[in-house]
Each structure stands twice: as C-alpha cells, then as structure tokens.
Design a protein around this ligand. Structure first.
Ligand code: C6P
Length: 412
C-alpha cells in the first residue's frame, strides 16, 4: 500500500467478527463507534495469546513469563508514544481511559497548582469527563471555572475565547473532536493562544486518537488523553500523555505497590514517572492489546483511515438531508467534522427512534452523550447519533436512510 492508496476496506471489514452478525433478522449496521469501536482479529488474537502464554505480573518477577509480560507492557508504552508523537515513552501513563487521565491531572497537577481565584477554562461542548473532575478540584482549591460558548453552528466562539483567555487562566482544557457535534476544534491555534497568556493546555483526544493523525508536539498541547476502546483496543485501558517536565513536577494521586522507591511506616518516596502514576497491578493485558490496536491502525494508515472516515461522513450528511423533518446538529455541511452525525427528528423522540432502529438491526446511540450542558445550549433533551469508523460502508448509510424514512412513516 502506498501513502496515497487506500486499503481494501471490504477485506478490512471482514477482519471484524462482531460485524458479521444478524440482529433482528437484519445484517448488523454498527453506527455506535463514538461510544466504542469493534475489534479486529489481529487485536483479539493478541489478547488470547497473552493469557495463554505470557500471563504474569509486570516489573516484579525474574521469571520468563514476567519478563515477557513486562517487555510487552513497556513495548506498548513505546508504541503509544510513537503513535501520538511523544518525545519519549516516559511521557505515557496508562490509565483506565480518557476519564481517568483527566481526573489524574485534576487531582495531581490541579490540587498542587490551583489557588483561589485561578481560572480553569473549559468549553460548553465538553464531555462530562472534562467538566466534573474540574468541578471537584475547583471545590477543593477555590479555583473558578469558565466556559467558552458554542455558536449556533456548533463551533467555539473564538471572539469570546479572546475575552476569556486572561492571565488568571492556569489551564485550558478542551475537546479535540466533539462526541456530540462532530466539531473539530483548531487545537494548534487554541493551544498557541493559551500559551500566549501562560496557560497550560489539556486536549481531550477520546474522539480524535483513533480517527486522525495526531502529533502532540506539533499541536503544542501540554496534556493529551485517549481511550483504547474507541480505537480498536479493549475497554478499561487508555493513556495520558504529558510533557515530561510537567509530569516530573506532579505528585502522585494514588498510592500503592510499584510506584514507590522506599516505604517506611509513616512516609514514602516515589519512583519517577511514569511508574509514579501507576500504583498497583496495572491492566497489563489491556495495555498490551492497546499496543496491538495501535499496530493495526498504523498498518491501515492514519491518513487512509481519516480520508475514509471523512468520505463516509460527508456521504451520510448529504443523504441525511433527504429525510423529512431531520435536523443535524453541529458544523454545516462542507466543513470538516469528526466521523459522526447527531440529529433530531420531528416525528420521534431520540429514544423511540433508536429503539426503532435497533429493531431493524441498526445500532445508533440516543441520549445526551454525556454532554448535558451542550444539550441545554441547543435546547434539545437528547439526540440520535450515527458514528462511523473505517469498516462501515456507504451501503450501510443507504440502509440507515431507508430505516429513517420508515421511522417517519411509523411515527407519523
Ligand atoms: N464518549 C460517547 O458515546 P472514557 O469513557 O473515559 O473512555 O471516555 C470519556 C470521553 C471523554 N471525552 C469524549 C469527547 C468522549 O466522547 C468520551 C466518551 C462516549 O460519546 C461515551 S459517553
């Protein structure tokens, strides 16, 4: 495969056993990829191999299995570092996912550095996992939370951002790709603006890491978080990336085995990063399998995945205009957006629509998508969301459009 050529997507799809199912007498159409992606055989095989052959605790044993597990676990850290353009694998901390990565920084960096009156700047389009951890640390420290508003087109209001980015802002934490609107925020530009007032930046990469090329050093952020399960890896594993100098300056947020140098009855000293932030037995198999998912995505090509996802999304947005009474939230057609379309339909409540879709073998997500303030901003209780990945097809989108026409008839 050359840099510009595309993989054989039909063949790629055949590597995902979960997609070959029949649901309610129809072939499964899995359009809930923003919630979690399906897993290819190449990834599932690594999970099975690990437990069949290499299962042992890491960093502790001097026996063969432990050495193998440790090598594979630390190897996965290297793969993730390379995947997002980190300067070194020491900058990668394994977490349960994006949520835990944000909580780690809020409780470690936040509790150490935030003082009463300091501002943590967020946006109205954040997932709850980039709102609630800051609410908790704001209560603990007296820091103030401010939010960049969202325009009717689902974009960040950059004029307002200029007003909000004052020297009181110590951290600007924002989502790279919105899970509810599909908006792609101009991360590099926003990080440069934040840096100009001396603020650190945290980029929530839950919806970007698996879909588009990401280079954290080029973007210029200070922290980046990802969730393995949204990028062909397992649930329960993700990663926090942070600049080494910052991570070095941060205290541990959880204590236990493996993160210490020396323990006395009343005090302890801690290992350097990343071990300092990985207390207890980690999700060893999860990390190793996430490494396999990264290998898999790289074998397809990051640019190729992004081009294909974008093509599917453009096609879906065009075809959704044919459905009567349907309104898509987020950036207007023609603007680049993440691989999803969230919409409301005049004829049916999102929960009824998603239930109807399920009875036709179509997996959509209905709800507030953990962005309640954003739903309030757009005056909708919830939306239906179709989210795509590289193994989806235009034929599946055509089938979704037919199901939505049928839903219009059914709900009248
Ligand atoms: N969004 C969705 O269906 P975790 O749960 O830690 O893996 O990811 C949290 C998270 C953080 N930020 C963004 C932008 C996200 O989309 C998510 C997860 C899922 O949209 C589940 S609510």
């Amino acid at each position: 495969m050359t840099a510009s050529s595309q993989p054989d997507w039909t063949q790629v799809r055949s590597q995902f056993p979960a997609l070959a199912q029949v649901i309610h007498d129809r072939p499964l159409i899995y359009f809930d990829n923003a919630a979690t992606s399906q897993k290819p055989n190449a990834v599932l095989d690594v999970l099975q191999h690990y437990y069949q052959c290499d299962n042992a605790n890491v960093h502790r044993g001097l026996h063969e299995l432990s050495n193998r597990a440790t090598e594979a676990y630390e190897g996965a850290r290297k793969k993730i570092a390379r995947y997002i353009g980190a300067a070194s694998e020491e900058e990668i901390i394994f977490t349960r996912g994006t949520t835990e990565a944000i909580n780690l920084v809020a409780q470690s960096w936040g509790r150490k550095n935030l003082r009463a009156g300091d501002v943590v700047l967020l946006t109205e389009m954040e997932h709850h996992s980039n709102l609630v951890p800051w609410q908790i640390v704001a209560e603990q420290t007296g820091a103030i939370l401010k939010h960049v508003p969202v325009t009717d087109d689902g974009l960040l209001d950059l004029d307002q951002l200029e007003q909000l980015l004052t020297e009181e802002v110590k951290l600007f934490s924002f989502v790279h790709v919105s899970n509810s609107l599909g908006t792609i925020n101009p991360a590099k530009e926003l990080c440069a603006k934040a840096k100009a007032v001396g603020a650190l930046t945290f980029l929530d990469g839950a919806q970007s890491a698996g879909h588009m090329p990401v280079d954290v050093r080029d973007i210029g952020c200070d922290f980046y978080a990802l969730s393995g399960h949204k990028m062909c890896g397992p649930t329960g594993i993700g990663a926090l990336w942070g600049k080494k100098s910052l991570l070095d300056s941060m205290p541990p947020w959880q204590g236990g085995g493996e993160m210490i140098l020396k323990v006395e009855l009343t005090r302890s000293t801690y290992k350097p990063v990343p071990a300092r932030f990985e207390a207890g037995t980690p999700d060893i198999s999860g990390a190793i399998v996430l490494g396999a998912a990264v290998d898999y995505l790289e074998s397809l090509g990051r640019d190729q995945i992004w081009a294909h996802d974008s093509e599917l999304t453009r096609y879906a947005l065009d075809r959704l205009t044919e459905v009567k009474g349907l309104r898509v939230l987020g950036p207007p057609r023609g603007q680049q957006r993440g691989a999803l379309a969230a919409f409301v339909m005049d004829s049916a409540h999102p929960h009824d629509l998603v239930t109807f879709a399920n009875s036709h073998g179509l997996a959509l997500r209905g709800g507030h998508h953990c962005t309640q303030p954003l739903m309030r901003r757009f005056r909708v209780p919830s939306t239906s969301r179709a989210s795509f990945y590289f193994y989806n097809t235009k034929q599946e989108i055509d089938a979704m459009i037919e199901i939505l026409h049928e839903a219009n008839k059914f709900f009248g």
